[in-house]
Design a binder for this molecule. Structure first.
Ligand SMILES: [Zn+2]
Length: 425
């Protein structure tokens, strides 16, 4: 195979995906600003013009920021690959570490330094998004101090979890022969299952406080719902989401015996008990329809296919040179292959995203339908309206943008499939 075609295909995918993202984002911004001054008829009685305008302004601010960060991200990707950034970093670390520290230390250092540079480049964007955009629209509750503490904790958790995993994968790649990708996949799946088991009780509490749901009436209500649906969970918890953001949420987490239901305190503060029940019934719908398992199986199958492809590519020197890196002659190329693959894949995968979004939107409709059987659909409708308003989500998105990106159907479509909401404050 002629790998110079890969250079061309990668450059084309990168350009085409960037152009498509720009086209979609500008469509969305034009569409939202054209409808900024009029609440859609279906929401005329329930959404104020002020809230509608705020949602439009929030969408536009995020859109402008998105355009800049997309352009920057593509430039960084090009810099790492075809412009020789990864090649230069590889040579520097290889020459500095390989002689004294050996191949494993050199490869781990390559992964770690690459990740560190990546996060440093992202830092200004994260800061701007949290302390400018979210702040301006009243969503940010974080202080700079908490933000810095989060970064430090994230780094520590990353080192403790990611470094041993990386060492294991690199060892497998070097020691298990041509079928290494199969072993690496098994390790990856095992790692994810362990993480799922440990996340609720070990990792999440590093960042947030979890307390048992104190409201007895709500607790009884929620437990009755779960019993009706035949769903067992270890506990109901409230999380102090308000420390960081005003956005509300509820989720299930964990696996088997560690499974629990978590409500953001912001959600409980905003919704009535029947609305909380309806939101939870929607989440239970995802379980009843096996969306969670299906998604997990799909992700594991996709990673098997990806690793098999990498198993084939990583043995060809053309794979490295086509993407701007000279492969090592006297040291293993495993870390290099992993990094290049992670960098090169997203521009190609971007064109699959409408398919994933479509499947996700279909699941949301199914979960809503389930919620209507197990709880009152009118409560779900009014909860959705409140959450939409609180998140300043636009009611007038561009239809093409929705097809590409929306993991949840737009409010107009979701509410059209539900009974009219009960009038509330
Ligand atoms: Zn859902």
């Amino acid at each position: 195979m002629d790998f110079s075609l890969l250079t061309l295909a990668f450059a084309a995918a990168l350009l085409l995906s960037l152009a498509t993202k720009f086209w979609l984002m500008t469509r969305q911004m034009r569409h939202v600003s054209a409808h900024r001054n009029e609440v859609p008829a279906a929401f005329a009685g329930t959404v104020t013009l002020e809230a509608h305008r705020k949602a439009a302004d929030y969408t536009l601010a995020k859109g402008r920021f998105g355009l800049i960060s997309m352009a920057f991200g593509s430039a960084v990707l090009l810099g790492w690959t075809l412009l020789g950034g990864l090649d230069a970093l590889n040579i520097a670390l290889r020459d500095a570490l390989l002689p004294d520290w050996g191949p494993m230390a050199y490869q781990l250092a390559l992964l770690a330094v690459f990740a560190l540079i990546g996060s440093l480049l992202d830092l200004p964007f994260e800061l701007y998004s949290t302390f400018r955009i979210e702040q301006r629209f009243g969503f940010n509750r974080m202080t700079l101090k908490l933000w810095l503490a989060d970064q430090a904790k994230g780094l520590a958790v990353g080192v403790v979890i990611a470094l041993p995993l990386a060492a294991l994968i690199l060892w497998i790649m070097g020691a298990t022969g041509t079928l290494w990708w199969l072993w690496a996949w098994a390790a990856w799946v095992g790692f994810n299952l362990v993480l799922l088991l440990l996340y609720p009780t070990v990792i999440a509490p590093i960042f947030n406080k979890f307390e048992p749901l104190p409201d007895e009436a709500l607790k009884a209500r929620v437990q009755a719902l779960m019993q009706r649906c035949g769903f067992a969970a270890k506990g109901l918890f409230v999380m102090d989401g308000s420390r960081r953001s005003a956005h509300g949420n509820a989720y299930f987490t964990g696996l088997g015996a560690s499974k629990r239901v978590v409500f953001f305190d912001t959600l409980l503060a905003r919704l009535s008990a029947p609305e909380v029940e309806a939101v939870l019934a929607h989440e239970l719908g995802h379980f009843k329809h096996k969306h969670v398992i299906k998604r997990m199986v799909a992700i594991f199958a996709a990673s098997l296919a990806g690793l098999a492809l990498l198993g084939w590519l990583s043995a060809k020197s053309g794979f490295y040179t086509a993407l701007g890196v000279a492969p090592n002659l006297t040291a293993p190329n495993d870390a290099l292959a992993l990094l290049l693959f992670m960098l090169a894949l997203p521009p190609f995968m971007f064109f699959v995203s409408p398919l994933l979004s479509w499947s996700s939107r279909k699941h949301e409709f199914e979960a809503d339908a389930y919620a209507c059987q197990q709880a009152d659909g009118r409560d779900l409708a009014s909860a959705l309206l409140k959450l939409h308003e609180d998140n300043a989500a636009t009611l007038t998105p561009d239809p093409v943008y929705v097809r590409f990106y929306y993991s949840h159907p737009p409010a107009s479509q979701r509410l059209a499939a539900l009974p009219a909401p009960v009038a509330s404050s």
